[in-house]
Ligand binder design. Structure first.
Ligand SMILES: [Zn+2]
Length: 273
């Protein structure tokens, strides 16, 4: 089949300007966005997610977020496809949500099929870390690279792997679930049932929990001082605050402490840390 160059450029422009609908489903909220071929969000919405009850109510929450994108325009929803990121475990190959601990409303729920019936477009689902890895590859830090490892640290630890520009799902669809790699056989029990997953040691809440334990073990610490003496006020956010906003104070105290330990007068210059 022959394509003239004019045809090819016309096809490319049509594809670039086609709007895709992206939906981020969390345990308590649904965020939806209408995104163009350059990754620019044209419209966005945020609505509550119901996390328990009839599975169809979960679907209604998702369609409410989608419909909210078009509520003020008065136009009928037009987009080429829907991409969903949802809490795992899920099967990106079949579009089925399996049994997410953070979203118990859906057990073996065929979310992609249900949305396809509603909106008559192609629907793909994946977990948030894989979706974020793909976004970084297309428009962010991974731009121009074919093979990418992506990691995100928040409430959990998520990872995604791209081989040759495509998300690597593996045989079961769960490849790249790096947050559940075991790093300490004596560590805490994870949501997934295993012990000592990296997520139980290094995710935001885990960092804060370990900091609180350290405060109890080392009562004469800067962290204890900054917490006003109450270890329960230390959260992972607070720890970050301490490092960024009181960085000079931290360095000064550390310098003094180092010099005190070596019985020297503190110099005026900085100490390499
Ligand atoms: Zn785990």
């Amino acid at each position: 089949m022959h394509h003239s160059s004019t045809d090819e450029s016309r096809v490319r422009i049509e594809r670039d300007t086609e709007l895709i609908l992206g939906v981020d489903i969390g345990g308590t909220k649904v965020a939806a966005g209408l995104v163009d071929g350059q990754g620019v969000i044209r419209e966005q919405s945020r609505t509550p997610m119901v996390s328990a009850g009839d599975p169809a109510e979960g679907l209604s929450s998702v369609s409410a977020a989608i419909d909210a994108l078009f509520s003020h325009s008065g136009e009928s929803p037009e987009f080429g496809a829907i991409g969903i990121c949802a809490p795992g475990p899920l099967n990106p190959l079949t579009g089925v949500i399996i049994n997410p601990p953070n979203l118990p409303i859906w057990q073996n729920y065929p979310l992609a099929d249900e949305l396809r019936k509603l909106y008559k477009v192609n629907v793909r689902i994946d977990n948030d870390a894989n979706a974020a890895a793909l976004a970084e590859a297309k428009w962010g830090a991974g731009r121009g690279y074919r093979n990418i490892f992506y990691a995100t640290i928040g409430t959990g630890v998520g990872t995604g792997i791209l081989f040759d520009g495509k998300i690597y799902h593996g045989r079961t669809g769960a490849a790249g679930e790096g947050g559940h790699i075991g790093v300490d056989i004596h560590g805490p029990i994870c949501n997934c049932g295993k012990r000592g997953c990296i997520e139980t040691m290094a995710a935001g809440p885990a960092i804060a929990r370990r900091a609180r334990q350290k405060i109890s073990a080392f009562p004469r610490s800067l962290l204890k001082e900054m917490s006003g003496g109450d270890p329960q006020t230390v959260t992972s956010r607070r720890s970050t605050w301490g490092r960024t906003h009181d960085f000079h104070g931290t360095r000064r105290r550390a310098k003094n402490a180092l010099c005190h330990a070596s019985k020297e007068k503190p110099p005026n210059g900085a100490v390499a840390m």
